[in-house]
Design a protein around this ligand. Structure first.
Ligand code: DGJ
Length: 582
């Protein structure tokens, strides 16, 4: 009987395919093999879409842009024109489940169809229990029933939101425990309601997109964490804090003791590396323990929500972290920074230094992602460790964003880079578009070289940045900010002020590609043999469908008489070969 239905539906399916869009629900079930997934290559983790490595050249819409199809209609052509291939779009819990158990996917369907008709992929952002450390997206039936769906509480003496971030204002404190607009992560009712809705969404996405793969990844919640205090002080939270550290977490820490994130290990060791006891007995007294406690609880909750969604449609899922603005990256809360004093920070969120806690609590989450607006290179290094793939869901656009994108793919084997508020600019951003185009041209080469040490990248933010050296294959490349040079017949140089970045790929022992702008590059062998290196050939060109199409051959003025590879102000790709001599 079942086989008959499957056969007739697939026959019907092929007819409708011939006739264009397949109606919803008639598709034979998708096999888990060809849905979007993650796959290791050397030290890198790659996103596979339709069975091939995929680099997400992305941009995130404003929080609520994708809640209206009319608002989005004029936006899609602009996005397509900016040469990105993926759009991060929010899905509001309140919008898809206006009444308990009643789901309305009209907008989700529309957004997927619109993206598909512009040949764009989607990453859906599940705005549900938490968004930026608060709860503005749960449906009213959840918000209003605060007994059934309880809130987190800040303790007497803590500073209520939003006074928190205006540090020069004396912080008014609360007289007794105060509920805040944040669903507590210690409530199973909150968690299960969220998980049910998320499972319904993923079941629906699989039904309408399980074969098309417009949707390639999911972000579960947004910048979760605790605001206004270092931990939840609601009665259920206090009971948990006074109780033992769960065996599940202790078992994970014991099993991974030698590979734990050093900042985290330091805290545990400082308290005697105990393997059982209360939170304070195991991790010591202080806000670092509050952060670890909250990280465990948020991770458990988000992990269960993700599990419910993956049971329906197991495509890759990640969480994004709100990061402190201060650049002294060493001073995370785990090592003693006071939340709020240094600006916006969500305690217990997926910070790099509690990565182990999130891994233990939410194994269904594939990636912890930094919303890296400041101190970009530092945060990339902090999140590209312990096997965590790098995906940047939120960062800057413009020339800075363009440089960051090139750097992220080349230096950190990134899965994707996404400026925030991508549709806010009136017209496609020229720097970003040029960078999207550059990476798109190189995509198959980048995917081929990710994770095997034959690719790297540099980013210099201004002329005052010192040159950077990177080993790529058998040569070490030294990149310096390009200094204006008088070129015969050219107008006097204006002095390039925009951030400079380039990606370098060793395509062979002495053969390379370089792509980017604003740099001069010199070379030195890094293996035994003749100690000096020179440029043998240099040509600029483009990749068309993965095939190199050379343009001008560059020597003389365009390589400073052979001394440097020169990547000028316009983003270009150059193919060159090196030779050694003494
Ligand atoms: C970070 C959040 O993740 C985004 O959704 C947004 O609120 C930005 N901050 C600010 O626009």
């Amino acid at each position: 009987m079942k086989r008959g239905i499957l056969l007739s539906s697939s026959l019907l399916f092929s007819f409708t395919l011939l006739a264009g869009e397949a109606p919803i629900g008639l598709l034979p079930p998708a096999s888990d093999f060809d849905i979007p997934r993650l796959q290791k290559q050397g030290t890198a983790t790659q996103l596979f879409v339709d069975g091939r490595p995929f680099l997400a050249l992305a941009g995130e819409l404003g929080n609520n842009s994708a809640t209206s199809l009319d608002y989005m209609k004029p936006v899609w052509p602009q996005l397509a024109a900016s040469k990105l291939n993926t759009v991060l779009a929010g899905v509001s819990w309140g919008q898809i489940e206006p009444a308990e158990g009643q789901f309305d996917f009209t907008i989700v369907d529309g957004i997927i169809q619109q993206a598909r008709s512009h040949d764009l992929h989607l990453v859906l952002l599940w705005f549900a229990s938490w968004k930026n450390g608060l709860s503005s997206y749960p449906p009213p039936w959840v918000k209003k029933d605060f007994d059934r769906f309880p809130r987190a509480q800040i303790a007497e003496g803590a500073a209520p939101w939003p006074v928190l971030t205006i540090s020069e204002v004396p912080r008014a404190t609360v007289k007794s425990n105060l509920s805040i607009e944040l669903l507590t992560p210690f409530s199973d009712a909150n968690r299960d309601a969220d998980a049910r809705a998320f499972a319904a969404l993923m079941r629906h996405v699989k039904q309408i997109d399980g074969r098309k793969h417009t949707v390639i990844m999911i972000q579960v919640e947004n910048e979760v964490g605790m605001q206004g205090d270092t931990r939840d002080h609601s009665p259920v939270a206090n009971r948990a804090f006074a109780g033992p550290v769960p065996a599940e977490l202790m078992d994970y820490l014991k099993r991974h003791k030698d590979t734990l994130i050093p900042e985290f290990r330091r805290v545990w060791d400082a308290a005697g590396s105990k393997t059982s006891g209360t939170w304070e007995e195991v991790f010591g007294k202080g806000i670092a323990t509050d952060e670890i406690f909250m990280a465990w609880q948020f991770a458990r909750y988000v992990g269960r929500v993700a599990a419910a969604g993956k049971a329906e449609y197991p495509i890759p899922m990640y969480v994004n972290a709100a990061l402190p603005r201060t650049s002294a990256l060493g001073d995370t809360a785990v090592t003693g920074r006071e939340p709020g004093v240094t600006g916006y920070f969500a305690v217990g969120g997926p910070m790099d230094d509690v990565l182990d806690v999130w891994r233990a609590g939410a194994p269904q989450i594939d990636i912890l992602s930094p919303d890296a607006y400041n101190d970009f290179a530092d945060w990339c290094a902090k999140y590209d460790r312990s096997g965590n793939p790098l995906f940047i869901p939120e960062s800057r656009g413009g020339p800075e964003g363009a440089a960051r994108m090139i750097y992220t793919f080349g230096r950190h084997n990134a899965i994707g880079y996404s400026p925030m508020g991508i549709e806010r600019a009136a017209a496609p951003d020229p720097d970003l578009t040029a960078a999207y185009d550059l990476i798109a041209q190189l995509a198959s080469l980048i995917s081929e070289h990710q994770g095997n040490g034959t690719m790297s990248a540099v980013m210099l933010r201004s002329p005052s940045d010192p040159p950077q050296k990177v080993p790529v294959g058998k040569y070490t490349l030294e990149a310096a900010f390009i200094t204006p040079r008088r070129i015969a017949g050219e107008p006097p140089p204006q002095g390039n002020r925009t951030p400079a970045a380039a990606i370098f790929i060793a395509a062979g022992p002495d053969e390379y590609y370089a792509a980017g702008s604003g740099l001069t590059v010199s070379f030195a062998p890094n293996t035994p043999g003749p100690p000096l290196a020179g440029l043998a050939t240099v040509e600029e060109g483009v990749f068309v469908k993965g095939r190199w199409v050379p343009g001008r051959r560059l020597e003389g003025d365009d390589s400073d008489e052979g001394q440097f590879l020169m990547l000028g102000s316009k983003k270009t790709i150059q193919h060159f070969t090196l030779y050694r001599y003494r």
